[in-house]
Design a protein around this ligand. Structure first.
Ligand SMILES: [Zn+2]
Length: 65
């Protein structure tokens, strides 16, 4: 039989945990404009991905599980 939690976690405890997950997005400095940006996405400031400029309308959406 699987172990069961004795008490449910409060809403505040759950929300605190999930807020920390959202803060853990990996920020790197853009190679083109040196501003902090999410890794593996197009830079919001200059629209570069890697060393190529990419149209900002085709933004890569990152969804968190
Ligand atoms: Zn940039």
């Amino acid at each position: 039989m699987a172990a069961e939690p004795k008490r449910r976690h409060s809403q505040a405890r759950k929300r605190t945990r999930r807020a920390a997950i959202n803060l853990a997005v990996n920020l790197v400095n853009c190679k083109n404009c040196a501003k902090p940006m999410q890794s593996h996405t197009i830079c919001n400031a200059c629209g570069f991905y890697g060393n190529k400029e990419i149209n900002k309308s085709t933004k890569v959406q990152v969804t968190k599980a």
